[in-house]
Design a binder for this molecule. Structure first.
Ligand code: DGL
Length: 260
C-alpha cells in the first residue's frame, strides 16, 4: 500500500480526466483515486451535504497515507475546499472553472460556462466571476442530467446528444466564442461538443492547469517523489468499477470496488 501517494477524489468518474493529466505530468508518483459514484451527482446537493461527503473522502485518503489531496471536482471545490483547508494539515488542490483565461481571450465578449447547479450557485464561483471585467458577459448553463449519464457510461447515446445539443445551442445563441467546462466530468464530452460548435468556439477545461499546480505545490512542500520508478495507481469506486475501466487507459493501474 502506498504511503506517499497523491490522493484524488470526485463524485464519480469525472475526476479521472484530471487524474490522467496528473499521471502524465508526474509519472513517478503513486496515486489513489476515489470515485464516490454512490453519491453522485454532488451538483444537486446542499453545501453541507457536499462538505460532509468531502470529509468522508478526505479521511479515507488520509488513512491511506496520502501526502496531498486533489479535489478533482468543481462542485466539491467551490463548496468545500475552504473547509478542508481549514481543518486538515495536508495541502489541497482544487479545480475551478477557468473563467479568467476565457475572459482575457474572448473577442465577442461573451463566454459560456457549462457546470453543475452546485458550482454556479456557490459563493466561490461568485467571487471568481466578480473579478472579471464588466465588459465580458458570462453566460451560465447548468448541465443537468449530463453527470448521471456519464456515470452510467452512456456517452454515445441519443439521450446524451439531445441534452448536450440543447445546452450548447443555448450558449451558441448568445454568441459565445469561448466555452468553459466547469465540471470534471465534461472533458469526456469534448469530441461531442466539438462536433456541435465546430471551430467557432474554443473549449477550455482546467485539467492541465490542475496537474501543473499539483506539481508546483508538491515541489514547494518538498513532497515531490525523487525516484525514477514508474508510479502505481489504485482506483476505487463504491458503485461500479467496471464502468471506470472505460475511462482509464494508463498502465500500472488497478481498479477495485470499495464500500467507502
Ligand atoms: N465532477 C463534478 C464537478 O466537477 C461533479 C459533478 C456532480 O457530481 O454533480 O463538478
Amino acid at each position: 500500500m502506498s504511503i506517499d501517494a497523491i490522493g484524488v477524489f470526485d463524485s464519480g468518474v469525472g475526476g479521472i480526466s484530471i487524474w490522467k493529466e496528473i499521471v502524465t505530468l508526474l509519472p513517478n508518483e503513486n496515486t489513489i483515486y476515489l470515485a464516490d459514484s454512490k453519491n453522485a451527482p454532488y451538483g444537486q446537493k446542499s453545501k453541507q451535504e457536499i462538505i460532509d461527503l468531502c470529509i468522508k473522502n478526505t479521511e479515507y485518503l488520509l488513512n491511506k497515507g496520502c501526502k496531498i489531496i486533489v479535489v478533482a471536482c468543481n462542485t466539491a471545490t467551490t463548496n468545500a475546499i475552504n473547509y478542508l483547508r481549514d481543518n486538515y494539515d495536508v495541502p489541497f488542490i482544487g479545480i475551478e472553472p477557468a473563467i479568467k483565461p476565457a475572459a482575457l481571450q474572448t473577442r465577442t465578449k461573451y463566454i459560456g460556462i457549462l457546470a453543475t447547479k452546485g458550482t454556479l450557485n456557490s459563493a466561490l464561483f461568485a467571487t471568481t466571476t466578480s473579478k472579471i471585467s464588466d465588459k465580458v458577459k458570462i453566460i451560465e448553463q447548468i448541465g443537468e442530467g449530463l453527470v448521471p449519464l456519464i456515470e452510467l457510461g452512456k456517452i454515445d447515446t441519443k439521450e446524451m446528444d439531445v441534452l448536450l445539443n440543447k445546452y450548447i445551442q443555448n450558449l451558441l445563441n448568445k454568441n459565445i466564442d469561448y466555452l468553459v467546462l466547469g465540471c470534471s466530468h465534461y472533458p469526456f464530452l469534448i469530441p461531442k461538443i466539438k462536433k456541435i460548435v465546430g471551430d467557432k468556439v474554443k473549449i477550455i477545461d482546467s485539467g492541465e492547469a490542475v496537474a501543473k499546480q499539483t506539481k508546483s505545490v508538491l515541489l514547494k512542500n518538498e513532497l515531490l517523489k525523487l525516484s525514477n520508478k514508474i508510479g502505481n495507481h489504485q482506483l476505487f469506486s463504491n458503485l461500479n468499477q467496471k464502468i471506470m475501466t472505460q475511462f482509464v487507459t494508463i498502465k500500472h493501474t488497478t481498479i477495485n470496488f470499495l464500500d467507502f
